[in-house]
Design a protein around this ligand. Structure first.
Ligand code: SF4
Ligand code: SF4
Length: 138
């Protein structure tokens, strides 16, 4: 993590109004566009810009194995399996290599916080500003 991004994140965290404004803007974009569930640890850039937290089991390394033959979810048969969608979109975007990355389980302590600021602060495990720490294993 670069010292500069850590300083920017710390500045935002120490100024509640600024922090709330950034969080508001982040939510205004990510909730309607990506159905963001505010996990605070965004992994969409690995998942063809599709939020995996829409999975009812909230799997970060899906699918669960119960995906139906028609690509629908085992929990909600009327919905597409989100990991089926992620795979299809990754194929279309030529980003299937990104799916090889293992993601640590979601840290519930970060729920409702700003993923943008958490990223800058280095609070997202396995992720460093401008560098994927798991890249060697891909
Ligand atoms: S991965 Fe987390 S932060 Fe990113 S869109 Fe999904 S719920 Fe929101
Ligand atoms: S079928 Fe897909 S969306 Fe449904 S629980 Fe399993 S991984 Fe999640």
């Amino acid at each position: 993590m670069s010292k500069l991004t850590e300083k920017v994140a710390a500045f935002c965290e120490n100024h509640p109004t600024l922090y709330k404004t950034i969080l508001l803007v982040e939510n205004m974009i990510k909730k309607p566009v990506f159905s963001c569930k505010s996990c605070g640890q965004c992994v969409m850039s690995y998942n063809a810009f599709t939020c995996c937290m829409r999975c009812p089991k909230q799997l970060r390394n899906g699918p669960c194995g119960g995906t139906r033959d028609n690509g629908h979810c085992e929990v909600y048969p009327d919905r597409r399996c989100i990991w089926w969608l992620i795979n299809e979109r990754s194929k279309k975007l030529g980003r299937q290599g990104k799916l090889k990355k293992y993601h640590v389980p979601v840290d519930r302590r970060l729920e409702g916080t700003s993923a943008w600021i958490n990223m800058m602060a280095g609070k997202i495990e396995g992720w460093s500003w401008g560098k994927d720490l798991n890249e060697k294993s891909e």
